[in-house]
Write a protein that binds this ligand. Sequence first.
Ligand code: NAP
Length: 273
Amino acid sequence: MPTVTQSSAIPSLGVGTFRLKDDEAYNSVTMALDVGFRHIDTAQIYGNEEAVGRAIKDSGVPREDIYVTTKVWNDKLNKAGFIDSVKESLAKLQLSYVDLLLIHWPSPENGESMEEYLGELRRAKELGLTKAIGISNFTVAQTEQAVRILGDGEIATNQVEVHPYLTNEKVRQACEKLGITVTGYMPFAVGKVLKDDTIIAIADKHGVTAAEVVVAWELAHGLVTIPSSTKRKNLEINFNALSLTLDAEDIAKIDALDCGDRQAAPDFSPQWD
Ligand SMILES: NC(=O)c1ccc[n+]([C@@H]2O[C@H](COP(=O)([O-])OP(=O)(O)OC[C@H]3O[C@@H](n4cnc5c(N)ncnc54)[C@H](OP(=O)(O)O)[C@@H]3O)[C@@H](O)[C@H]2O)c1
C-alpha cells in the first residue's frame, strides 16, 4: 500500500469534501480513511462538518493520525463571530482541535480588514483550537500582506485552484519565495482535465488512469492536493497516484496545457493574478 509522503507538515495527499452533503460526505470520508487517506479537507460553508466528524469518529482511526482542515466562511471574518464560529465547527466535527484552519476567501471588498481577521486566526491558534493556520484564494499581493501581518513561518499554506488547465504559476512562485506550501484544490477541474488527450496519452504510456497522472503531476510540483470522490474505486485510484512517478517530459507536457480555465470564480473573488 502506498504511503502519504510529507512535502511539509501537511500530508501531501488529502481528500476534499466540497459539494458532499450528509450521507455522501459521511460515506466518502469513511471510504477515504479505509483506503488510506489521512488528510481531510472541509469548510464551514460545505455544510458537512457534522457528517465528516461522524465519519472520523466511527472510523476508529486515532485522532492524532488524521489531519483535518476546515475554513472560516466570509460572514465570520469579524472579531465578534470568528472564534465562536471555529468553536461551532469543532463541536460539529466532534474534535477538540483541527490541524489546519484557513481563511476561506479574503474578505470580500475588504469588508473586514486583513489585520482583523488574521488577528482572529492567530488567536484561534493561541487558544489551541487549531495546530496550524493558513489562507485560501489569496492573490500574490494579499499573500505578501498576510505574511507582513502574521510574520514569517506562520502561514502553513495558501490553498488555491491548481490543475493542468490553471497552473497558477505566479501564486505558486510567490508562495515558494515566502516559504508557504501551496495546496492545489480542484485538481481535476471537477473532471474536465481527465478527458484531455495529452493526459490520457501520458496515462496510457504508464499504464495508469488520467486521474493518477494529474495527482502525480501536482505532487511532482511539491503541491499538496485534495481531490474529492464519492466512489471507492476512484478514491483508491487517487490514492494510488502516490506510487506514480512522472518523467520531466510528462510534466512539461502537462504544464503546457495551462489555458487559464478557472473553475472557482464567485463574484466576490479577488482580482486574480
Ligand atoms: N478553498 C477553496 O475555495 C476550494 C474551492 C474548491 C474546492 N476546494 C477543495 O478542493 C477539493 C477538490 O475539488 P472538487 O471536489 O471541487 O473537484 P475535483 O477534485 O477536481 O473533482 C472532483 C470530481 O472528479 C471526479 N473524480 C474523482 N476521482 C476520480 C477518478 N479517479 N476518476 C474519474 N473521476 C474522478 C469526482 O466524481 P466521483 O465522485 O464520481 O468520483 C468529482 O466529480 C474540494 O472537495 C474541496 O475540499 C477548495
